[in-house]
Design a protein around this ligand. Structure first.
Ligand SMILES: Cc1cc2nc3c(=O)[nH]c(=O)nc-3n(C[C@H](O)[C@H](O)[C@H](O)COP(=O)(O)OP(=O)(O)OC[C@H]3O[C@@H](n4cnc5c(N)ncnc54)[C@H](O)[C@@H]3O)c2cc1C
Length: 241
């Protein structure tokens, strides 16, 4: 294991200062899901970040929203955000209409509240819909560290199964796709996933509220200790203007 790959304490104890970025690449993964690759506007390297972290994007002086960093934390170069454009959403509207390549934005890396335990003997990552975004960074990090993990991605239909070619290539058998309608893999059975987990497995999950309630309930029923359960909710967002 190289120095850069050593298991480290999370260093995102505080949020970074605001800095400028530019949209390097904008790609629609579905009509209402956009991927943004952001590059430094100054030419300085982008601040480092740890798996599970998110950035706050300032759309104006009064509007900001949080987005998970969705890529390889050790990959350098760009920050990737994958964003669901919500009908009637303020930031979603701006993202859909005015974030073309070259557009400048102000962002900061927030304090990471969804910290990866890099020493866990095994990690189970369960993402529902857009909630997969922070788990992707965790999977890349665990792969780099040579840790045991499985990433489960649950979607309603095949059309919502974004970036799956990338995940299959990057994580191979450690990536499993599930869909509610069976069009892209069998529906997720969380009770089966949490049954007989190796001791001290860390379980990470993120997704719609009801999905997260279900995962927490099944894991608790299976005897997973509360301190091994780690969740992030997207619905706790920056105050609306
Ligand atoms: C840590 C964190 C990480 C996140 N990561 C991601 C991510 O990776 N990808 C992602 O897509 N999102 C992510 N989010 C969610 C994101 O920050 C935004 O909340 C989301 O994009 C919606 O923002 P918006 O401005 O478009 O919608 P908003 O304007 O905030 O509205 C959200 C929804 O609520 C409805 N609404 C708002 N106000 C009312 C009202 N008064 N009455 C009825 N309905 C109302 C809107 O119509 C819309 O559908 C994350 C959130 C957090 C906290």
């Amino acid at each position: 294991m190289s120095g850069a790959d050593e298991v480290t304490e999370n260093q995102d104890a505080t949020a970074s200062s605001w800095f400028g970025v530019r949209v390097h690449r904008r790609q629609f993964l579905a009509p209402d899901i956009v991927s943004l690759e952001l590059e430094s506007a100054s030419g300085e390297p982008l601040p480092g970040w740890s798996a599970g972290a998110h950035v706050e994007v300032g759309f104006s002086n009064t509007i900001s929203r949080c987005y998970s960093l969705c890529g390889d934390p050790d990959g350098g170069g760009f920050y990737r955000l994958v964003i669901h454009l919500e009908l009637g959403g303020v930031a979603s509207q701006l993202l859909a209409t005015s974030m073309e390549e070259g557009t400048r934005l102000r962002i900061r890396v927030s304090k990471n509240d969804f910290v990866l335990d890099e020493s866990a003997p095994h990690s189970l990552l369960i993402g529902g819909g857009m909630g997969v975004t922070p788990l992707i960074a965790m999977a890349y990090r665990l792969r780099r560290l040579g840790r045991s993990f499985v990433l489960h991605f649950s979607v309603r239909t095949r059309a919502r199964a974004i970036l799956v070619d990338e995940f299959a290539l990057a994580f191979g058998e450690r990536f499993e796709l599930h869909s509610d309608d069976g069009s892209a893999g069998p529906p997720i059975d969380v009770a089966a996933l949490v049954e007989k987990l190796p001791e001290n497995t860390a379980v990470y999950f993120c997704g719609p509220e009801a999905f997260m309630d279900m995962v927490r309930q099944r894991a608790t029923q299976a005897g997973v200790k509360p301190e091994r359960l780690h969740a992030e909710a997207f619905s706790i967002r920056s105050p609306r203007p």
